[in-house]
Design a protein around this ligand. Structure first.
Ligand SMILES: *Cc1c(COP(=O)(O)O)cnc(C)c1O
Length: 392
């Protein structure tokens, strides 16, 4: 029998991607989570708390909006899943709410996270404040300068932001610092990862927590059309959590076409890109085997995208698997194409999307939408944070 695309084996592998490649000293921490995460998130108590928080704190369900003018332009019916309307402005809150509850069920008192653009750091600081838990966010020193407003937000929310000063002083270095912290504080500390990346069980756990997105789409799409299944679902991919959430309940129905959109940056061959599936190869990143951008010596190369949230040198193992099996079609959008798509949505629908989400919208120009049937685009976040870039 064919296994489900989103179901890893008991070692955390999706096909040849995934697993848990961690230093021996980290093994007990990861093992504790592996042994307990399913028990916790499938329990009635967790589900009750999680659902209540999604509803009353995050503002779910987020609407599914029929975009009439956008639809007219592309000659089909296009719906937007409005993750931009969730608390803190993106889908990231779904995962943060879920994992903070997992941490509490494990009896953890101290939360660590790492962040590149700062969006995941803000979501983590938010739920830590809500639950009164200590929060330490590692962030590359370079990123702290580039993303100063998010540093200010995290601090206002009561989190401590610690600068990672090694290497390029970006996300990779922040990950190293977070892992070092976790090794030094194995019993009381929970490492809250922000996407479907990291050692098993993080990719599966985060996908399950974000799966609420496609769960809601099915109910809402059925209200509009009488069937739960659109013909096509589109989402952008940094690490891949919003795409995992948007695809989750559709993946095993081959009638639903799934399109993921990576950030091409200045262009796939420009040396300034984050198009992992186009120029990447298999290797170990962030504790799992996946596709990543690396040089001939296996050193991770610095990714580039105008959008900070897509500026990640790999993709989660489940997306590597979906790509390799051909279940998901990967497209790319350059900085310029994403910017154009953002202005188009703003002026056709009165919605300013996050730059990340604008990459998903840019895909509408890359295939024959008139013959694609109904389309759902996952609008992963709102554009307030990107206004400075848009004005330039
Ligand atoms: C972080 C972020 C992304 C990229 O992360 P994924 O894990 O790939 O979803 C996309 N959109 C927004 C708005 C983000 O904040």
């Amino acid at each position: 029998m064919k296994t489900s695309y989103f179901q890893p084996d008991n070692q955390g592998f999706y096909g040849k991607f995934g697993g848990a490649y961690v230093p021996e000293m980290l093994y007990p921490n990861v093992k504790e989570l592996q042994d307990n995460y399913l028990k916790i998130i499938n329990s009635d108590e967790f589900q009750k708390e999680f659902r209540a928080s999604l509803k009353n704190y995050a503002g779910r369900p987020t609407p599914l909006y029929f975009a009439a003018r956008l639809s007219e332009k592309y000659g089909t019916k296009i719906f937007l899943k409005r993750e931009d309307l969730a608390h803190t402005g993106s889908h990231k809150i779904n995962n943060a709410i879920g994992q903070i509850l997992v941490a509490k069920h494990l009896g953890k008192k101290r939360i660590i996270a790492e962040t590149g653009a700062g969006q995941h750091g803000v979501a983590t600081a938010t739920v830590c404040a809500q639950h009164g838990l200590e929060c330490i966010v590692y962030m590359g020193e370079t990123d702290m300068k580039r993303q100063a407003p998010n540093v200010a937000r995290m601090r206002m929310l009561g989190a401590e932001v610690r600068a990672a000063v090694s290497g390029n002083k970006t996300l990779k270095d922040a990950v190293n610092e977070a892992i070092r912290d976790w090794i030094s504080n194995p019993t009381d500390t929970y490492y809250l990862i922000g996407s479907v990346v990291g050692p098993h069980p993080y990719p599966d756990m985060v996908a399950r927590l974000q799966a609420v997105i496609s769960e809601e789409i099915m109910i809402q799409f059925e209200e509009f059309t009488g069937t739960p299944n659109p013909d096509c679902v589109i989402a952008c991919v940094g690490g891949g959590s919003n795409a995992a959430g948007a695809f989750y309940h559709f993946a095993d129905n081959e009638n639903v076409k799934l399109i993921a959109v990576e950030a091409d940056g200045h262009g796939v061959d420009s040396g300034e890109t984050a198009a992992t599936t186009q120029i990447g190869s298999i290797g170990i990143l962030h504790g799992s085997k996946t596709l990543l951008m690396q040089d001939q010596y296996g050193q991770v190369t610095e990714p580039y995208s105008i959008s900070a949230g897509l500026d990640y040198p790999g993709i989660g193992p489940v997306h590597a698997h979906l790509f390799e099996t051909g279940r998901v079609q990967m497209l790319g959008a350059t900085d310029k194409e994403a910017l154009n798509a953002a202005f188009e949505l703003a002026q056709l629908e009165g919605i300013i999307p996050a730059l990340e989400s604008a990459h998903a919208l840019a895909a509408l120009k890359k295939f024959d939408t008139k013959n694609a049937g109904t389309i759902v685009v996952n609008l992963s976040g709102r554009g307030d944070k990107d206004m400075e870039t848009y004005m330039k």
